[in-house]
Design a protein around this ligand. Structure first.
Ligand code: 0GY
Length: 289
């Protein structure tokens, strides 16, 4: 891996939709800067720098107030780049870490002081070499109070992961709804399986994110809007929204972030839903202290 990848739009449009005061972009990342925060030797992609200054400029342009920065797989289990971005944010960012399951209590507390409020378990084989379920459950039992677990998986392993998810004793947040095939529609098998999961526990949340990843019909992502709106309407207190900037691995299909923001009123048509999706729900999970 030598070429560094650019996976973000050079000049995203200003969205027509204006988010409410206090809106949180609850799924985004930072890459580096590499000179200060080298990528992991195990990284599956090597991106150009996309540091906190760029992230916060985008936040302001899109009309958001805060960010939840999710540790990207290219930084492995060294959360320094994420912690640096949170530290630069003047209290306007919190984060989700990726940790070695053997992490000490002291280190978990250090992450808490740095603004981390959850850890992410990634099951995508193209992103990580292994995902040890037993060790993940062990560390999930040792998390600081108020934390949760974020899980990233694809729809084809949802059923296989059910016992694992059942064993996690803290709230769950599912990235990109477990990547359903949105072209199946709101009542297709993938969405039905995902609703089944949501019905199994009241503390499972989901990110209504990534039309660009999930909808092969492309921008304006009508299949995504049609499949996801009923989910947000039926689970209004359990949904989150984020840009996914800088869109890891999307270099061949870079989305316009302004267009992503304009998806919000299509999946959350009322002001009340938008308030929950963008303000109440992420604040409850990430600024609960
Ligand atoms: C996402 C999705 C992806 C990448 C990562 O940590 C990561 O590298 O999450 C992906 O490639 O699907 O949510 O950013």
């Amino acid at each position: 891996m030598t070429n560094r990848i650019v996976s973000w739009h050079p000049n995203p449009s200003k969205p027509a939709y204006a988010p409410p005061a206090g809106a949180v972009d609850a799924h985004c990342h930072v890459f580096g800067p590499q000179a200060d925060f080298p990528f992991s030797p195990k990284a599956k992609y090597l991106p150009e720098d996309a540091g906190p200054d760029m992230l916060f400029a985008l936040r302001d342009k899109l009309g958001f107030e805060k960010n939840v920065i999710v540790q990207a797989s290219c930084h492995g289990t060294n959360n320094a780049a994420t912690l640096n971005a949170i530290a630069q944010s003047n209290g306007k960012a919190r984060g989700v870490a990726v940790v070695d399951p053997a992490i000490s209590e002291d280190e978990l507390q250090r992450l808490h002081q740095g603004g981390i409020r959850g850890i992410r378990f990634n099951f995508l084989k193209r992103l990580v070499d292994d995902a040890p379920k037993d060790k993940f459950i062990d560390v999930a039992r040792r998390l600081p109070s108020g934390w949760h677990v974020v899980i990233y998986f694809e729809a084809d392993i949802l059923e296989e992961l059910r016992p694992f998810m059942d064993a996690i004793p803290v709230p769950l947040v599912i990235d990109h709804m477990g990547r359903p095939d949105v072209t199946q529609g709101p009542d297709g098998p993938d969405m039905r399986a995902f609703r089944n999961l949501l019905e199994s526990r009241a503390d499972i949340h989901f990110k209504a994110t990534c039309p660009d990843r999930l909808d092969p019909t492309g921008d304006p992502w009508n299949a995504f809007a049609e499949a996801v709106r009923p989910l947000v309407e039926d689970y209004p207190d359990r949904c989150l929204w984020g840009t996914d900037w800088p869109h890891p691995n999307m270099q061949d299909n870079v989305p316009d972030d302004g267009h992503l923001v304009d998806m919000i009123p299509r999946i959350a048509p009322s002001e009340e839903l938008q308030q929950k999706l963008l303000v109440a729900n992420p604040n409850r999970l990430y600024w609960n202290d």
